[in-house]
Write a protein that binds this ligand. Structure first.
Ligand SMILES: Cc1cc2nc3c(=O)[nH]c(=O)nc-3n(C[C@H](O)[C@H](O)[C@H](O)COP(=O)(O)OP(=O)(O)OC[C@H]3O[C@@H](n4cnc5c(N)ncnc54)[C@H](O)[C@@H]3O)c2cc1C
Length: 505
């Protein structure tokens, strides 16, 4: 363990914070935060350590801010604390071969964005085709933020969540001390006593994607992944790299009938298995919202003219190596889609990078559009916020969960869209409220959906985390005894509540 000693740039002028540094006051959630006492901009692990140590010494607290693409308000300051941005932790990533792991890995400062990491890996002298494969949609997310939230995304279907790719990290603890952790080395001399023995087999975990609460495997690396900055500030991460496919084909299939969708998804997973990189869903309402936006903004929307389809859309991504394999895959996929009434002539396929990028833009356009629409409505209605679910269920429970969405929203009469990672039985419902009264009904609907997901063996958060906005969901996921066990970890590692007050707890 080591500590810092160096001070870092500090912005303490409230006027300046409210103007030139206003971007630090919000994230992609609609949470209205408070004014931090100061903004600290560390440029090294030492400066980060000093910032945390200083807050701990004054009995103060810090809110940790990464790329601020989070949608549960975790990086939004409460007011009165120090806001510590990791955005200055951006030295060059350092790739190296690991004999122990039999793979290439890269040490990445926490403030590097996923886009910057990707660009670095392409331009570096690493063997061609190596990449960090987790793709949580927003390339502006930082590596530290994506580890802190155990981010996942569309290609998690093939590659798993961030957790599966983290081999180690340097982390600043609540007293400002810095510790370097390596996966599988829980007993190493460098691991402080406070991080030892944190193993809780009694805390049940859903057999799904899961980003709610701590993962107590006994390996301290797991502890900090998905802890949302409540146990430590991640300063640098060792990520495993892998060879990514030479070719990727993307297919947008427009469904005649939403009722057949769970069946089709199960069929595609059984039939294509490891030949699937991503399997994503847009319901009919999502497509209508995008079409309306295109009608309004034309090309600037990034949305192509969509077929007039009642049932929704599946986006399928498949890796291939050469024309012959691509043809075989295309035949199998076409057959499976046709068996579910999908019109091959109205199906879009993309193989070239620019075509795939256009499909990616289309998928990204929906959450962006929802956020802007709600923000525009909120400008005229104080108290209006977006409400969204992030519920994942085990695969066999997908049909029941989709039926529950249909029933709950029909009963509540709420405008909404449903989209997301259907290949992992992990959909996002986004509500589009127009009045504060609808917010109340929407909250009740989201809680009912969360209880249904957990009853089906699922998770209240597949990837976005709990943050400041979704704390009520923890009591749905865990029993009081499990919650007490998780809470005891926070009390042990951060007894004075220095790190991210108001997040998770
Ligand atoms: C349009 C859109 C699409 C999205 N799609 C996905 C998706 O497909 N999958 C997915 O998983 N997420 C998705 N997200 C959510 C978001 O991009 C991820 O949660 C991302 O990992 C957050 O990274 P960040 O750097 O922006 O973190 P921030 O938003 O800055 O912070 C998120 C949380 O992590 C903490 N934190 C940040 N950095 C550190 C650090 N170095 N050490 C400790 N704690 C830290 C913060 O305090 C906060 O609690 C999406 C968001 C948007 C807006």
């Amino acid at each position: 363990m080591s500590g810092g000693g160096e001070p870092c740039p500090v912005i303490a002028d409230a006027g300046l914070i409210a103007s030139a540094y206003a971007r630090y006051l919000s994230d992609e959630s609609s949470l209205a935060g408070g004014m931090p006492a100061r903004i600290l901009l560390p440029r090294s692990v030492g400066e980060l350590s000093t910032a945390v140590r200083d807050a701990a010494g004054r009995a103060g607290s810090v809110t940790v801010s990464g790329g601020r693409t989070g949608i549960v308000g975790g990086a939004v300051p409460r007011g009165g604390e120090d806001l510590v941005s990791t955005g200055g932790l951006v030295g060059n990533p350092r790739p190296r071969w690991s004999d122990e792991h039999g793979s290439w890995m890269v040490a990445v400062p926490a403030g590097i964005t996923l886009d910057a990491l990707r660009a670095f890996l392409v331009s570096s002298e690493l063997p061609p085709g190596l990449a960090y494969p987790v793709d949580p949609t927003e390339g502006g997310a930082t590596v530290g933020g994506s580890v802190a939230t155990n981010a996942s995304g569309a290609r998690t279907l093939r590659y798993g969540p961030t957790r599966d790719w983290v081999l180690g990290m340097s982390v600043v603890l609540a007293d400002g001390s810095v510790v370097h952790l390596e996966r599988g080395r829980a007993g190493a001399a460098a691991v402080p006593e406070v991080l030892r023995g944190l193993h809780a087999p009694g805390v049940r975990l859903p057999a799904t994607k899961h980003a709610a609460g701590y993962r107590l495997t006994g390996d301290p690396v797991d502890l900090f992944i998905g802890c949302e900055g409540t146990l430590g500030v991640i300063a640098e991460v060792d990520l495993r790299l892998c060879e990514v496919p030479k070719g990727i084909a993307g297919v947008c299939a427009f469904l005649p009938d939403p009722a057949g969708c769970p069946d089709l998804v199960a069929g595609l997973k059984a039939g294509l298995g490891p030949d699937l990189l991503a399997l994503e869903y847009f319901d009919a309402r999502s497509l209508r919202l995008l079409s309306a936006w295109r009608a309004e903004a034309r090309e600037a929307s990034g949305v192509p003219a969509l077929p007039d389809t009642p049932g929704g859309m599946l986006y399928v991504e498949m890796p291939y190596d050469g024309e012959a394999q691509l043809e075989k895959l295309a035949d199998r996929l076409t057959g499976m889609l046709a068996a579910h009434g999908v019109d091959g002539a109205a199906t879009w396929a993309a193989f070239e990078p620019d075509e795939l990028a256009a499909m990616r833009t289309l998928r990204h356009a929906l959450p962006e559009r929802v956020n802007r629409l709600v923000a525009a409505r909120a400008a005229g209605v104080p108290g209006l916020t977006k409400l969204a679910t992030d519920l994942a269920v085990p695969d066999p429970a997908l049909p029941a969960m989709m039926e529950t969405y249909r029933r709950v929203f029909a009963d509540a009469g709420l405008e909404h869209v449903i989209f997301g990672h259907i290949g992992n039985a992990h959909l996002h419902a986004n509500l589009l409220p127009s009045t504060v009264e609808e917010i109340g009904r929407g909250r009740a609907a989201c809680l009912e959906l969360a209880r249904a997901a957990v009853a089906l063996g699922g998770s209240v958060s597949g990837e976005h985390g709990i943050g400041k906005l979704k704390k009520a969901l923890l009591a749905i996921q865990y029993t009081p005894a499990e919650l007490a066990e998780l809470r005891s970890v926070k009390d042990r590692l951060d007894p004075c509540g220095v790190l991210n007050p108001g997040v998770l707890w």
